[in-house]
Design a protein around this ligand. Structure first.
Ligand SMILES: *Cc1c(COP(=O)(O)O)cnc(C)c1O
Length: 353
């Protein structure tokens, strides 16, 4: 792939590490490539970060033809920069593309685009503890027509945002409400695709939970509202009687790369782990009889997020006395250690750039 590079006239001032937050600041450059049916991907380019121009009739705006990815570049103690399993993001984006009949972007070009762009904006990768450069690839249907046809034109972008530490005061257990009204996704729908539409469907429940003082909702399956699926925009795991249980990927759950990595780590360390259906009754029972030892969400942004309290049909359960579980802390320390290059990567998950 040939990438044409255009630089901005002046480079932006970089924000202070303490003010980063999440997704508020963007770097100097962004990657763009266009797709035209019959021609394929063309005009790969890196241009100054800035507003984009699309037709008001653009498919992405009217019919939700949008998919995205999320990963991070980490500053190692030796000053080098590395990615965590980026090929998994490339593959998942293409599975999302297939589900929404958007064109797939070649994996090797995805990696090359990432590397080239991050190298140009290298100085934007922060080095304060637990900060990183968040990478947001996204792909939109870009046809200038209100007709509902297969996508003829699409555009792929990558933008970069330096982000702060997710946890300001260490790992903090959160309060979660089990949602039994709205559903996020159904099997056969788009639940396993990383698309903006899933987020639109989730917002109302998330907002209601916030109003009641909860951080996020625990989603149940869309058909029976019986089986646990995800927590907010993260996958979820429970340690019950010494075994880690996480919902099996049945089609309505997003296949998280953090989830996959934790399952692989647990297996390697000889800690029992099961990917299976877990009903809300079984979970409630495990909370009532004390066999639920730990609960946590997992995803790229937070890595792991301990759950300290769960509310189901107005009944409140406290998990592990509202404290971080030992295994949750261990998984957090190991995964972040590998990601930031502080621990040896015996899995071959990291890619220096
Ligand atoms: C991105 C995402 C996750 C987590 O995936 P990671 O690859 O671990 O970051 C989980 N659930 C939803 C709905 C997501 O969008």
């Amino acid at each position: 792939m040939e990438i044409k590079i255009t630089h901005p006239d002046t480079l932006k001032e970089k924000p202070e590490s303490s003010k980063l937050g999440f997704g508020k600041f963007f770097t100097d450059h962004m990657f763009v490539a266009d797709y035209t049916a019959g021609q394929g991907w063309h005009d790969a380019r890196i241009v100054p970060y800035g507003n984009i121009s699309i037709s008001p009739a653009c498919t992405a705006l009217h019919y939700g033809a949008e998919i995205f990815e999320g990963l991070k570049a980490y500053r190692r103690p030796d000053g080098e920069i590395q990615l965590f399993r980026p090929i998994e993001n490339a593959r998942r984006m293409n599975r999302s593309a297939a589900r929404l009949t958007l064109p797939e972007f070649p994996e090797e070009d995805f990696i090359e685009a990432l590397k080239t762009l991050i190298n140009l904006d290298r100085d934007w990768v922060p080095s304060e503890p637990n900060t990183s450069l968040y990478i947001r690839p996204f792909l939109i249907g870009n046809d200038e027509t209100l007709g509902v046809h297969s996508v003829q034109n699409a555009t792929f972008y990558i933008i970069l945002s330096p982000v702060g530490s997710y946890y300001k005061e260490g790992l903090n257990p959160v309060k979660i409400m089990i949602e039994d009204e709205d559903v996020r996704a159904v099997r056969g729908g788009t639940g396993e695709a990383k698309c903006g539409g899933n987020y639109a469907a989730s917002n109302r429940a998330g907002y209601r939970a916030e109003q009641k003082g909860y951080s996020q909702v625990l989603w149940l399956d869309g058909v029976e509202r019986k089986y646990i699926e995800e927590v907010g925009a993260m996958n979820v795991m429970f340690k019950i009687n010494g075994t880690v249980v996480t919902p099996a990927l049945t089609g309505s759950i997003l296949p998280g790369i953090t989830r996959k990595s934790i399952v692989e780590m647990l297996k390697k360390e000889g800690i029992p782990v099961e990917e299976r259906r877990l009903s809300v009754e079984e979970l409630a029972q495990s909370m009532a009889d004390g066999s639920l030892e730990e609960a946590f969400g997992c995803g790229t942004a937070a890595v792991v997020s301990p759950i300290g309290e769960l509310c189901y049909k107005d009944q409140v359960y406290i998990v592990n006395e509202g404290k971080i579980g030992e295994l949750t802390q261990h998984l957090y320390d190991t995964l972040t250690g590998i990601q930031w290059g502080k621990l040896e990567d015996t899995y071959g998950w990291t890619m220096k750039i």
